[in-house]
Design a protein around this ligand. Sequence first.
Ligand code: FES
Length: 154
Amino acid sequence: MSSDEDVAAVSRHTHFIGKKENMIRARRVVKSVGERDVLVIYHQGDFHAIDVRCYHSGGPLQEGDIEDFDGRTCIVCPWHKYKITLAEGEGLYQAVDPSVKPLKPTWCSKGIKQRVHTVTVSNEDVFLTLNDSPGPIDSDYYQTEKYRNTFLKE
Ligand code: FES
């Protein structure tokens, strides 16, 4: 691939989404980019980007609290309190081994459930690069036209 083709390939998936100062002030914004609706969060000095509708049942993650669980920063879906790591989109849950007394819950992973995207900052401009990795991720279901039209009108 030539360097011109490299630039074209990158720009197809990378989109300017705002000025850094404004994005930091807003803390959370929902951006419709390409065919996805993405929640961009500024939290403790870092930007994160994640599909806006929860993989479980389409809950509005833009209204979720951010908390640390087992040392990992998660967004907590406001609908059924599922915990999703901001960095990887991993679903976390607590489990108990009934054969071990006293019972002690431990954090476990369901694997990657929510598609996360990449945010970069250049010259005070913020860019979003969509994660187009192949293979379905559960949150993809809520990026279909049916759900985008339903949820965006609410
Ligand atoms: Fe998010 Fe159920 S829709 S936890």
